[in-house]
Ligand binder design. Structure first.
Ligand code: BTN
Length: 234
């Protein structure tokens, strides 16, 4: 893959380190760490990042309007699902970008960026995969690890698959949403999305560029752009 790799045994947060590199003008760099001491998740949460996981951040400068940044995150979810699948499990993507196996989360993605409305200056896609970590060490309920699912994995190979897939998708962006749909565990399900405007409950019917979820509710169709999605029993 066309990325330069910066490896750390231990770092506060690979996203933070990638942001530093962004201010220095770098691009197409991947920061990888064995352990993070201050891993961060979506919605201001902490992200447990013990030694043995795959904690990485891609620093990119895509030529896209900032409104299209979610598309890059969707691509990262597809690439992560592919990489996790290469380890021998069957992942699905929960909107917007969690990768689940058997309904449990093995990976999460946190994207940060800077730019003007019409162009992204830099974008950092942080991807955490619970690889060779003890699932009991993960605080989040309904989290699991590759080690728990299928035993120890070869992290280098997983990372390589991920980066190759990511580069492919960013080269041909028309593939991103179809590939996301094909791996989605959310579409066709009843969901409850906790949004800043309150809960949206109904059937998830599709996603729309650059990444909105369309939900058919009792009161009609809603287009959701941010929130935490829960899959409900049918
Ligand atoms: C989430 O599901 O809440 C997103 C989790 C993102 C975690 C990754 S690990 C690598 C990168 N560095 C961080 O501090 N966070 C992301």
């Amino acid at each position: 893959a066309p990325y330069e790799i910066e490896y750390h045994n231990s770092v506060g947060s690979t996203n933070q380190r990638a942001r530093e590199l962004a201010t220095e003008g770098a691009e197409n760099v991947v920061v990888v760490a064995d352990e993070q001491t201050g891993g961060r998740g979506r919605l201001e949460r902490e992200w447990a990042s013990p030694s043995g996981g795959i904690w990485l951040s891609l620093l990119l400068r895509p030529t896209l309007p900032t409104t299209h940044a979610p598309l890059v995150t969707m691509a990262a979810a597809v690439a992560t699902a592919e990489a996790v699948g290469s380890a021998g499990v069957e992942p699905t993507i929960k909107w917007p970008n969690d990768v689940l196996v058997d309904g449990k989360k093995v990976s999460g993605i946190l994207t940060e960026m800077e730019g003007e409305a019409d162009s992204i200056s830099w974008l950092v896609v942080g991807i955490g995969i619970n690889a060779n970590v003890d699932a009991d060490a993960l605080p989040e309920d309904r989290a699991t690890s590759l080690q728990a699912l299928c035993g120890e994995v070869e992290r280098r190979a997983v990372v390589q698959t991920l980066l190759e897939s990511m580069a492919d998708l960013l080269d041909d962006r028309d593939k991103i949403l179809p590939e996301w749909r094909a791996r989605s565990g959310t579409l066709g399900r009843r969901v409850s999305v906790d949004t800043p405007d309150g809960p949206v409950v109904g059937e998830a019917v599709d996603i729309e560029s650059p990444g909105a979820l369309l939900v058919d509710t009792e009161n009609g169709r809603r287009r959701v752009t941010v929130g935490d999605c829960e899959h409900l029993r049918p």
